[in-house]
Design a protein around this ligand. Structure first.
Ligand code: HEC
Length: 191
């Protein structure tokens, strides 16, 4: 397997290196790096990743420790068997990788022309992008912090420790909120 992989990858690397040389050769040095140099297709926006991956995955984790009382009785959403736990495990992987993908530079925050739902309190996507460009380490710090908490949650899932998952779920929520306060609705901080 490994040697086969090395054999296959060798010529590709050589071809890419060659292509790079050709590109550099016919381009003005002052131009920024050509986008073709990155293998990533950053088609999904930050808003889409939040909506499609981050929120659904976090919800599974939060709901996994939820026991709610209502007039109809007690609703216990905690995992009961390995299959239920597998669902929570998958959510943790999804959350971790969603945040990793948010660390790739150059992703748009929202579709062109998108306006905030509440312009009074929310920054416009281009303003958020400007903040991320200026302060990438702050953005990356929040993303890494989520991933660190998810790693601890994965340990707690392995240990089937609902109390720890619940506590770490609170920690997770706080990081979401802090990143949103910093980049999305910073005006609320001053309230
Ligand atoms: C690294 C910073 C960061 C972290 C961490 C983060 N978010 Fe976000 N999130 C954003 C930004 C920026 C937006 C605003 C995007 C926009 O302009 O619509 C957003 C928007 C959202 C939205 C709205 C998406 C939509 O449809 O417009 C949801 C839901 C959301 N986040 C959930 C979460 C949850 C849940 C977590 C934690 C598990 C989280 N976010 C962690 C930066 C972050």
């Amino acid at each position: 397997m490994t040697s086969n992989f090395a054999l296959r990858v060798g010529p590709v690397v050589a071809a890419v290196a060659l292509a790079g040389t050709v590109l550099v050769g016919c381009q003005n040095e002052a131009k920024p790096a050509a986008p073709a140099e990155t293998p990533y297709h950053l088609r999904a926006t930050v808003a889409e990743i939040m909506d499609s991956m981050v929120m659904p995955a976090a919800d599974v984790i939060w709901n996994s420790t939820a026991v709610t009382e209502s007039l109809e009785g007690t609703k216990d959403s905690t995992p009961k068997n390995d299959e239920d736990w597998k669902v929570v495990e998958r959510a943790a992987v999804m959350l971790s990788e969603a945040l990793n993908s948010l660390m790739i530079p150059g992703r748009h925050v929202d579709k062109p022309g998108a306006v905030p739902d509440d312009p009074e309190s929310e920054l416009a996507p281009d303003k958020i992008e400007e903040m991320i460009r200026k302060d990438p380490q702050v953005w990356i710090g929040f993303a890494q912090s989520i991933d660190g908490t998810v790693e601890k949650i994965q340990g707690a899932i392995k240990a089937r420790d609902l109390q720890a998952i619940s506590d770490l779920g609170g920690e997770l929520d706080e990081i979401c909120e802090n990143c949103h306060l910093h980049f999305w609705y910073p005006k609320q901080e001053k309230k």
